[in-house]
Design a protein around this ligand. Structure first.
Ligand SMILES: Cc1cc2nc3c(=O)[nH]c(=O)nc-3n(C[C@H](O)[C@H](O)[C@H](O)COP(=O)(O)OP(=O)(O)OC[C@H]3O[C@@H](n4cnc5c(N)ncnc54)[C@H](O)[C@@H]3O)c2cc1C
Length: 399
């Protein structure tokens, strides 16, 4: 007979949502276990740009809106975690940049100016002095005599996402297991962990939480939507240093969002999203690289883009279903009996999602334990590692 293991909360999926939830529940004394079918972060999380949004880019519509409200407190919360001032201690995680920029090639529209001047954003956005040559606090790539436009500094830190996953997983390594094959919830509420060389392990949770991103399927009361992106990466010694910025165009989403990372060989990568990635879903790889080169040349013509090589990949954002297919304003959390399905919508919102899920547990009769649960039966079970960043993938072609 297969061995069985009882736990109060089983979490399915080890992206940022599942790992943050596990770390929070364990800190508070709940008996919780996380099951991952691949590597930690292997879904959307390691493909994220790592920006802890405070809502500035949602102001491009000219008003704050519910998304800006939902994320407004996130930069401050994550900073407290990074300083070790919160329950989830991220002091060992790596901050790539303390803030990012928003830059407009021409004077920003009056609705944008009005938004930045609004009470909501006061303190979160700072307009830098105009005139490229005097603006020594401009990001290096914009300190060029040919640059004309406005630059704002946003209170939005950028994180090395793998380092965050590492810290979160490190807090509760004993409660994270790998299932070979997707974890499937049976009609009796049990989960079966599979391994090619072992007896299956049956997990009997009191509550099951799906934080499996695109894997939150088969739950008719919690439908997901997938929104594709065609992301671009650039690398080469001719990249003009690290850069973290949204470029504002005429539309509601940034024309281009740039973050910078280092690959496993220490090479600088520019990771390009925003409008380029959203519109790029209609283009194949070659067309998307051509579009990226065109866009970079138009925005930063003083850089020689011919000496930079590019790669692309497509990925789906997995979120709670919206009637018109648009971006959800905030987290999506749904419950049917003792099963919960959740999407953070943004990496930045993972702490809020964990708080919302924890708040549901007392009504289901789940309370923290006075004594830690014995995870002994899982001691020998395989553990997932941290997945790879897109720029370290070996299957992508650079040209
Ligand atoms: C290109 C891109 C850039 C982004 N940039 C940002 C950003 O800069 N800032 C921001 O705040 N947000 C950003 N986001 C959004 C953010 O990445 C996601 O909201 C967040 O990572 C979702 O995390 P998750 O844990 O819900 O899902 P995922 O990261 O998708 O994790 C799901 C996990 O579940 C596992 N799994 C799936 N099915 C099963 C199963 N049946 N059994 C066991 N395990 C299973 C998967 O292997 C995976 O590890 C970005 C998203 C994309 C796609």
């Amino acid at each position: 007979m297969n061995p069985t293991f009882r736990v109060d909360v089983a979490i399915i999926g080890g992206g940022i949502a599942g790992l943050w939830l596990l770390a929070r529940l364990r800190r508070r004394g709940y008996s919780a276990l996380l099951i991952e079918s691949d590597q930690l972060g292997a879904g959307q999380t390691l493909a994220a740009q790592g920006i802890i949004h405070g809502g500035a880019k949602y102001g491009l519509r000219g008003y704050a809106g519910p998304t800006a409200d939902a994320v407004a407190g996130m930069p401050a919360l994550w900073r407290r975690c990074l300083n070790g001032e919160e329950e989830i201690d991220l002091r060992d995680a790596t901050l790539l940049a303390d803030h990012q920029y928003l830059w407009a090639t021409r004077a920003p529209t009056s609705r944008l100016t009005a938004f930045f001047a609004s009470k909501l954003m006061r303190g979160h956005v700072e307009k830098l002095a105009e005139g490229a040559m005097e603006a020594s606090d401009y990001p290096p790539v914009l300190r060029h005599p040919d640059f004309q436009g406005a630059v704002y500094r946003l209170d939005e830190p950028i994180l090395d996402v793998a380092s965050v996953l590492n810290v979160l997983a490190g807090h509760c390594q004993d409660a994270i297991v790998r299932s070979h094959g997707l974890a499937i919830l049976k009609a009796d509420g049990n989960l079966t962990l599979c391994h090619p060389e072992r007896l299956q392990l049956v997990v009997r949770p009191s509550v099951t939480v799906f934080t499996a991103g695109a894997g939150n399927t088969g739950l008719p009361w919690a439908t997901l939507q997938l929104r594709p992106l065609h992301m671009v990466m650039a690398r080469g010694v001719h990249l003009p240093g690290a850069f973290y910025a949204h470029c504002v165009g005429a539309g509601d989403v940034p024309r281009l969002t740039v973050t910078s990372h280092y690959d496993a060989h220490g090479r600088l990568i520019w990771y390009l999203g925003g409008g380029l990635a959203e519109e790029g879903v209609r283009r194949d790889r070659r067309e998307q690289i051509r579009a990226a080169r065109r866009e970079l040349h138009a925005l930063l013509p003083w850089v020689d883009w011919n000496l930079v090589e590019f790669a692309t990949f497509t990925i789906q954002r997995a979120e709670a279903y919206q009637r018109r297919g648009g971006r959800p304003a905030t987290t999506g959390v749904f419950r049917d009996g003792r099963v919960i399905a959740a999407w953070p919508t943004k990496l930045a919102l993972a702490p809020l999602l964990a708080e919302q899920i924890e708040a549901m547990l007392p009504t289901l009769g789940i309370k923290p334990k006075l004594h830690p649960v014995d995870l002994g039966p899982l001691a020998e079970w395989p553990r997932p590692g941290i997945g790879v960043y897109p720029w370290d993938r070996e299957d992508l072609e650079w040209s």
